[in-house]
Design a protein around this ligand. Sequence first.
Ligand code: 4AD
Ligand code: MG
Length: 467
Amino acid sequence: MEKIKRTKIKALLAMQPGADVLAKGWVRTKRGNKQIKFIALNDGSTINNIQVVANTELFDEELLKRVTTGASLSVTGKLVESVGSGQAVEIQATEIEVLGECDPMRYPLQKKDTTLEYLRTVAHMRLRTNTFGAVLRIRNAMAFAIHKFFNEKGFVYLHTPLITESDAEGAGDMFQVTTLDLKNIPLDKKGNVDFSSDFFGKKTSLTVSGQLEGELGATAVGEIYTFGPTFRAENSNTPRHLAEFWMIEPEMAFYDINDNMVLAEEFVKYLVQYALDNCMDDLKFLNSKYDEGLIERMQSVLGIPFQRVTYTEAVEILEKAVADGVKFEYPVHWGTDFQSEHERYLVEKHFQKPVILIDFPKDIKAFYMKQNEDGRTVRGMDVLFPKIGEIIGGSEREASLEKLEARIDELGMSRKNLEWYIDTRRYGSVPHSGFGLGFERLLLFVTGMTNIRDVIPFPRTPKNAEF
Ligand code: 4AD
Ligand code: MG
């Protein structure tokens, strides 16, 4: 007989009964009686299992004993109509091979109901659960959709460096990169670290943003985007912060802040729609297991325009809320950076839709943002989402050489290290804008997970770099 080719379970479940098939995967559960065993097999191609029916007369008892939760199997058989499995078809097994056994006493995922907290302690194995299978498939679909979106618009995917000399956001939370011997650090005459003998001959860190290089790309080929890992050594142990996360940063020549807002809104709506169109099985699973409002919330952001509001107007709304008895943990007045409780109040209580905040006090934003005529605000833009808070941060960029240099000086930053960046304003400067979407923040929104550690396969947070 000709050898049968393996078919993935997602495809098997969509087939008509009748064919001889070969499936491979891991056992989710096994149940049954003396005459017959029902094995739920999953290969990660879909959240759904295929049911394998094994007539015990056909198989060695010892073999069936080795079919335990977590074991890997190769199963040959006939695809037949299913009566009870919840799927249209199942496999009537003729051959079962145990590829890899799985000791039920030691397997970390033995218990059926494992908490997300427990699963973080076995992050090397949690990928095999239904939950993380769903999250990984959605994560993959979103990454693909991001490239598709920008590709269709003619944006160039620009690879920006991970090792850098500049602190783009000016917040100072950078991981240093060095090959210096920490037990024997070279010092100069003044007693400062002598980086001239370090690998790059200067002090370097992991990047907090690809934006500055992104602006070089945008002022050369017009419209670019980056999509890569980003590192922040901020010591914030919150459900929304990672030390290593992924960011998408489009940067567009000839866009003003309005064009920037239009693109950001179109972009996130496209991604949410893509998830609804392509990930429904996984969304339904997450909706029923973790977040009853997930699918509805996703649909709710699609139909309506996002609310645009200035920072100053938002402060007035929040101050009025406080006067009316709303309690916030952190105080709010003009000049303060909003906390996520404030952002969520605006989105969930006040406007009940996504909000685009613009025109922030210049002192709470980075040096590169375009300065408004009032002298105290800049043309920044944050997109706020229900249950998440800030999902996008961006701005129109300061295109005037004089104003940019003045701001760099005012902030006491080193112009010397930024000369390459400032050159964009010296030679053919153009109005331009861009923003950064936190990939894992987006994933929180489209999976309903509430902790950012559960939407990245191997989270990096303070005191945690295992696996
Ligand atoms: O607002 P941020 O700091 O903006 C920038 O880095 C700009 N250079 C972007 C640009 O204009 N090109 O970060 C952008 C987004 C945030 O809105 C948030 O979604 C996400 O990145 N983000 C984080 N996500 C996870 N963990 C962290 N520690 C994050 N910090 C920012
Ligand atoms: Mg921000």
